[in-house]
Design a protein around this ligand. Structure first.
Ligand code: NAP
Length: 344
């Protein structure tokens, strides 16, 4: 590990205090808090600006907005507030991080190379695919992972929603604005979705439930979906449901391509953090759905982003105070908040 001397080897550019990777609720909140701690954070957005919230039509459960607001509106508010205090937002995609040296190195697909004393990872998650025949072939031709984006194209048509969680319920309700009929295919006979969403689904005359059923193939003609081959999960009986569109909401996978061999992950690919949002590398913190497989709410991601920025601030204060960092030690083994820096 080299010293953090405030200057980099990359053309004398200053070393960043903190680079935030990702522009969802966790990332922008980390930006807000880091900026207010005078760290002049650099936030690199990634390709999916705003993260999953940006493809959410209506957000009813983010506190402070009782009338609800759209995902893109909320993202703009997050960005405006983070920038107001000095977060610098770069529309670029991080394609490599080097965390086996310090300052850390962050490289982007836009060709930038940054040195940074700390990193907050908030790369979020992406939709899980069914991985059945026809899915790839008909993506964008009737298969969709975003009702907000594509619902409009199904005005007066028949659609199937796959999944039984909050996303499936919420998106099915949204699709009733356009579609003539929405059937929810679920592999069990009970929804996982929250009670309030279940009540709305069951009360909606346009929605029908297809219980104990999984899709096994998506079929079509002339480049458009015409139906879904199904299997009954109880009887094994096979069937065919004719439809114009298939919306898939069967959970999410963490965006972790940057981390294998560098940061510790669990068996599902989430970064493993402690309650101070520390990863196994001192100075690298994580927040939001890249490390949270339990709550996955805008409100919880915001809280985790805040905590990660506060922990980062403490880490940098210790670094600037000249404390020695034991780079070989896993900071999560230290109980105290400040013990990201060893020898305290
Ligand atoms: P989720 O809660 O993990 O639900 C995924 C659903 O897909 C489950 O019902 C699951 O069935 C089903 N499924 C999984 N793999 C499948 C497969 N291969 N084939 C068929 N079905 C499959 O995911 P989510 O609905 O995207 O929600 C993710 C998180 O975001 C949750 O914590 C949720 O509360 C949150 N969220 C909240 C809101 C809100 O508060 N308004 C909105 C959206 C999401 P089983 O039930 O049998 O496991």
């Amino acid at each position: 590990m080299s010293n953090t001397n405030g200057h980099s080897a990359n053309g004398g550019n200053p070393v960043e205090n903190v680079i935030i990777i990702g522009s969802g609720p966790a990332g922008f909140t980390a930006g807000l808090y880091a900026a207010r701690a005078n760290l002049a954070p650099l936030l690199i957005t990634g390709n999916d600006y705003g993260g999953q919230v940006s493809i959410t039509y209506d957000i009813e459960n983010y506190p402070g907005f009782p009338e609800s607001l759209s995902g893109p509106e909320l993202v703009e508010k997050f960005k405006e507030q983070a920038e107001k205090f000095g977060t610098r937002v770069e529309f670029d995609y991080v394609n490599e991080i080097l965390v086996d040296r310090h300052p850390f190195v962050v490289r982007t697909s836009g060709g930038a190379e940054y040195l940074t004393r700390s990193i907050v990872v908030s790369t979020g998650a992406r939709p899980r695919y069914l991985e059945i025949p026809g899915e790839k072939e008909f993506t964008g031709k009737g298969v969709s992972y975003c009702a907000t984006c594509d619902g409009f194209f199904f005005r007066g048509k028949d659609v199937l929603v796959v999944g039984g969680g909050d996303s499936a319920a919420e998106e099915a309700l949204f699709l009733t604005r356009y579609a003539s009929r929405v059937r929810i295919l679920h592999r069990r006979d009970k929804l996982r979705a929250s009670k309030i969403l279940q009540d709305r689904v069951f009360a909606n005359g346009k929605i029908e439930m297809v219980w104990n059923t999984i899709p096994v193939e998506i079929v079509g003609e002339g480049g458009a979906v015409t139906g879904v081959k199904t299997r009954d999960t109880v009887t094994g009986e096979e069937g065919l449901l004719k439809t114009d569109g298939v919306f898939v909401f069967i959970g999410h996978l963490p965006n972790n391509d940057l981390f294998p061999g560098k940061l510790e992950m669990d068996e599902d690919g989430h970064l493993i953090t402690d309650r101070h949002m520390r990863t196994n590398v001192p100075g690298v913190f994580a927040a939001g759905e890249i490390q949270d497989k339990v709550f996955k709410q805008v409100a919880t991601s915001v809280g985790q982003g805040c905590a990660a920025a506060m922990a980062t601030t403490r880490f940098l204060e210790d670094l600037h105070a000249g404390h020695q960092v034991d780079w070989s030690a896993d900071p999560r083994e230290f109980a105290a908040p400040r013990a990201a820096v060893a020898a305290l």
